[in-house]
Design a binder for this molecule. Structure first.
Ligand SMILES: Cc1cc2nc3c(=O)[nH]c(=O)nc-3n(C[C@H](O)[C@H](O)[C@H](O)COP(=O)(O)OP(=O)(O)OC[C@H]3O[C@@H](n4cnc5c(N)ncnc54)[C@H](O)[C@@H]3O)c2cc1C
Length: 509
């Protein structure tokens, strides 16, 4: 079997390319070694943004590109992404001047795609918006507007859009080798179906490497004699807390950390997410651990800006991901490395798409396919992704938490009607039994982790409750998938082992 496009990697970048290729009419197949979004794409800060921070680096073109894509992103999936107000507190006159100029420039660069007019506040107004803000030395603040989303729900929405347009996608299928012709051009891939332990080959006109921090490992398969170093990885960690610690409809932007960064405190699924850090790592991996130092740094920084002290024992979940960054020519602090994306073209014909950020996944997809066309690897076809409505698109207000299914919520409700089990997965989590069945039937959930980490966000919202819900999820899945009690036991055990790293302070400490 031969395809126009083979994509390696099912994160934001791979699925962005997949939707772009399928909607342009190319026969496209995508392979993901683990679950869709199990790499970096489930562990973002969840901002749809131009990147106000990059203004400091005078990277105006990058910010403008992000602001353009922000508008496209929000228009394509209003059921997943929304406009969010961000409050920046001021503690001195210099702060006030700096952020006034920064926010006005951010609004200016968005021009016609502004999400709302920024406003400047005195101390009293800032405290009214965010009563938990530490009032000591506070001079006032400003509110600007950016987007916010649920990263893996967006990813599943892209997956469904891709399938809807005739694409084929497989999770738990790892690329373990490349097939070359006599001219040493890559014409296909060797695939390992990890769940059934089968190997098979697939041929394609274009092979696209969208493996994030693992980009170089695919290039090493291509040319094993020369280890590649195109991508550098920077770890970012977040903690999740009860919203009582910062109960505001606005996100808080902590404008200056001791390592000269921004820290966000974001309302998300009725909790708050606080992060992130930025630490260069030597060896990329898909499941990095947050260090104690990072957790202490996030807590110490947060505690300077809020009234009620937050302790380690208050942390509901911690998650950590690696940014795939284009390796700079000169050594520099990872926060200063540009977030631009780049396309690499190997002598053997593999196209690698690296860097960038979630917000611009669509543009990265468009650029990659345009590049393949420019090299005459594909016949020309016009992009339609800019105005594409993604799967489930609706502007109707659907009550939380079912809003993420968009217009397809009707299918979920049908399943719910037929089920005798109308219960939640856990009394303290916002998810229902029917969602598990829907996720197995329509969203390619294969394991308990797929359901609790990426179809629902239970693991990110409260790691302990997610562990408690694992047995219920495993039983529901086993019934739907025809699995036995041994599978249930194994799934629960595997999920508990995996989820332990999302728990900061264990019960017996
Ligand atoms: C802490 C942090 C916060 C961030 N916050 C934001 C934010 O708020 N907003 C924003 O716009 N961006 C943000 N980003 C950036 C954004 O998350 C990333 O740019 C994006 O998720 C990268 O997606 P990706 O598909 O390139 O990589 P990944 O999501 O890692 O996907 C690569 C996939 O390739 C698969 N793979 C690897 N090897 C193989 C193989 N041999 N065969 C098959 N599959 C393979 C992996 O399993 C993985 O799933 C953040 C990043 C980090 C780390």
């Amino acid at each position: 079997m031969s395809y126009d496009v083979i994509i390696i990697g099912g994160g934001a970048t791979g699925l962005g390319v997949a939707v772009e290729a399928a909607t342009r009419g190319y026969s496209t197949i995508l392979f993901e070694a683990n679950d869709f979004g199990s790499g970096t794409s489930s562990k973002s800060t969840k901002l749809v943004h131009g990147g106000i921070r990059y203004l400091e680096n005078f990277d105006f073109a990058l910010v403008k590109e992000g602001l353009n894509e922000r508008a496209t992103f929000l228009n394509s999936a209003p059921h997943i992404a929304k406009v969010q107000g961000y409050l920046v507190p001021f503690y001195g006159l210099w702060d006030k001047l700096k952020y006034f100029l920064g926010i006005k420039l951010y609004d200016f660069l968005a021009s016609g795609k502004k999400l709302g007019s920024s406003v400047f506040l005195n101390k009293k107004q800032a405290l009214k918006l965010a009563p938990e803000l530490n009032p000591q030395s506070l001079r006032g603040g400003a509110v600007y507007y950016d987007g916010q989303f649920d990263d893996t729900r967006m990813l599943i929405t892209l997956l469904r859009t891709f399938l809807q347009h005739g694409g084929q996608a497989f999770n738990y299928h790892e690329i373990t080798g490349l097939i070359k012709n006599d001219a040493l051009k890559v014409i296909g891939v060797r695939v390992h179906d990890k769940l059934n332990n089968n190997f098979f080959d697939i041929q394609g006109k274009v092979i696209i490497n969208a493996t994030g921090v693992m980009t170089d490992s695919i290039l090493d398969l291509d040319q094993p004699e020369t280890p590649h170093k195109n991508v550098t990885a920077a770890r970012g960690s977040h903690i999740v807390l009860d919203k009582k610690f910062f109960d505001s409809p606005h996100a808080l932007v902590i404008p200056k950390t001791i390592d000269d960064r921004i820290l966000f405190v974001l309302p998300w699924h009725d909790k708050i997410v606080v992060g992130t850090t930025d630490i260069m790592v030597d060896q990329p991996c898909l499941e990095p651990d947050a260090s104690d130092l990072e957790i202490d740094f996030i807590l110490d920084t947060l505690n300077k800006y809020t009234r009620s002290p937050v302790k380690k024992t208050d942390i509901l979940s911690v998650f950590s991901g690696l940014r795939p960054l284009v390796k700079p020519a000169h050594k520099t602090n990872s926060a200063k490395i540009s977030r631009k994306h780049e396309i690499l073209y190997s002598i053997s014909g593999i196209i690698s798409i690296v860097g960038g950020k979630w917000t611009i996944y669509r543009l990265m997809g468009e650029d990659t396919i345009n590049f393949a066309i420019s090299k005459s690897l594909l016949p020309p076809s016009k992009s339609i992704s800019q105005n594409l409505h993604l799967f489930g698109y609706t502007k109707d207000k659907i009550a939380y938490p079912l809003n993420v299914y968009g217009s397809d919520v009707t299918v979920l409700k049908e399943i719910q009607k037929e089920m005798s089990n109308q219960d939640k997965l856990h009394p303290e989590l916002p998810y229902y039994a029917a969602e598990v069945i829907y996720q197995v039937r329509f969203e390619m959930a294969k394991t308990v982790e797929d359901v609790l980490a990426r179809r629902t966000r239970a693991l990110f919202l409260n790691a302990r409750y997610a562990m408690e819900a694992a047995i219920t999820v495993a039983r529901l899945m086993a019934k739907e998938m025809g699995k036995n009690e041994y599978w249930v036991e194994q799934q629960v055990e595997q999920f508990h082992a995996y989820a332990a790293k999302y728990v900061v302070v264990s019960e017996n400490k």
